[in-house]
Ligand binder design. Structure first.
Ligand SMILES: Cc1cc2nc3c(=O)[nH]c(=O)nc-3n(C[C@H](O)[C@H](O)[C@H](O)COP(=O)(O)OP(=O)(O)OC[C@H]3O[C@@H](n4cnc5c(N)ncnc54)[C@H](O)[C@@H]3O)c2cc1C
Length: 302
């Protein structure tokens, strides 16, 4: 799965395929259910890591793309298929003078991944503009209003595992593995999202996005990563805590806590998932020891 994770690391899955249509996704969901195969839906893998031990099931990248804009005077609803790239969508709509998504300039990944994780940055997040989402539950399509997604900071009702993965010892590893297998047999697939937009000045939106792009470029460490590893604890910054723990630049195998942004772990070329997980554990344990704060994962470990 190193080919399908932005970390460019990860173990083997029993099956990997991609679905380009709802019908293909339904067929794969049916196949997984019939064969009792644990199933994971993926976007572009910018927030996931598969352990080196591998995954004994089916991983499916959802690739259906496209969007339809329904203008209603100074507002609009845009229905976007979940495999669409978030950043490309944001750029396109802003250039046409539709405000709402400019914050997503440069955000890696798909609309589906962003809806699941309540992606956000630069003052915006999915929860603020989502009107509804179309969800494949088993093999049936349901429309969920935003409230049903129970959004919180970088989390939702759809986020499997939700950052709580035991990693310290054999026992918690085993527990998390069992939890993982149980919770991924029938996961819900985000098929599409409908966002609320407001009409605005395209030149202003484009300039705003250019400013965000410059900030992102300055702050983002170079190299393969999955962005922020941990969520910020209430009132604190995970990156600042890891930095204050003296861990910037700490290396295990081919994985390194970024000297630029301590909440990023960079694959310097040869990192395995085990290297990355070991560094995650070092950061978690040191922050807990030095500051009595528990860091929760933002990335999903499979
Ligand atoms: C350099 C870098 C910078 C980043 N900056 C930010 C940032 O500023 N803000 C932020 O919020 N995130 C950031 N991220 C994280 C990442 O961009 C987001 O989490 C993104 O929304 C993930 O999208 P994805 O398609 O890659 O999802 P994936 O990584 O493929 O999946 C993430 C989770 O969503 C699930 N999932 C994905 N698609 C679907 C679907 N269609 N249906 C059901 N489940 C699905 C997966 O099972 C998994 O649990 C950054 C990542 C990188 C690499």
């Amino acid at each position: 799965m190193s080919r399908h994770s932005a970390w460019r690391a990860g173990g083997v899955t029993r099956f990997y395929t991609e679905a380009a249509t709802l019908a293909e996704a339904q067929q794969l969901a049916r196949m997984a259910e019939t064969n009792r195969l644990p199933l994971v839906w993926l976007g572009r893998g910018t927030n996931v890591l598969v352990r080196d031990a591998g995954f004994p099931g089916l991983i499916v990248g959802y690739r259906a793309e496209g969007w339809h804009l329904d203008e209603q005077g100074d507002t609009a609803l845009v229905r976007v298929t979940a495999g669409t790239a978030m950043a490309g969508l944001a750029r396109h709509l802003s250039a046409k003078g539709w405000a709402g998504l400019a914050w997503a300039e440069g955000l890696p990944g798909t609309v589906g991944g962003a809806v699941v994780g309540n992606a956000g940055c630069y003052g915006g997040e999915i929860a603020n503009l989502l009107a509804s989402a179309e969800i494949l539950v088993g093999t049936t399509v349901e429309t969920w209003p935003t409230q049903r997604l129970a959004y919180g900071y970088r989390t939702s009702a759809l986020k499997v595992g939700d950052g709580e993965w035991g990693m310290g010892d054999g026992v918690s590893n085993l527990q998390s593995t069992i939890y993982n297998l149980q919770s991924v047999v029938s996961p819900h697939l985000v098929l599409a999202a409908t966002f609320r937009l407001q009409r605005s000045d395209p030149a202003e939106l484009v300039a705003h996005m250019a400013a965000i792009a410059a900030q992102r470029k300055a702050k983002t460490p170079v190299g393969h990563s999955c962005g922020s590893v941990f969520r910020n604890p209430p009132g604190a910054s995970a990156g600042q805590l890891i930095e204050a723990a003296g861990l910037k630049g700490r290396t295990i195998g081919g994985a390194m806590i970024s000297p630029v942004h301590a909440n990023y772990i960079i694959n310097t070329g040869t990192a395995t998932a085990t290297d990355i997980l070991a560094l995650i554990e070092v950061a978690r344990a040191e922050v807990a020891r030095q500051f009595a704060l528990e860091l929760a994962l933002e990335v999903r470990i499979i």
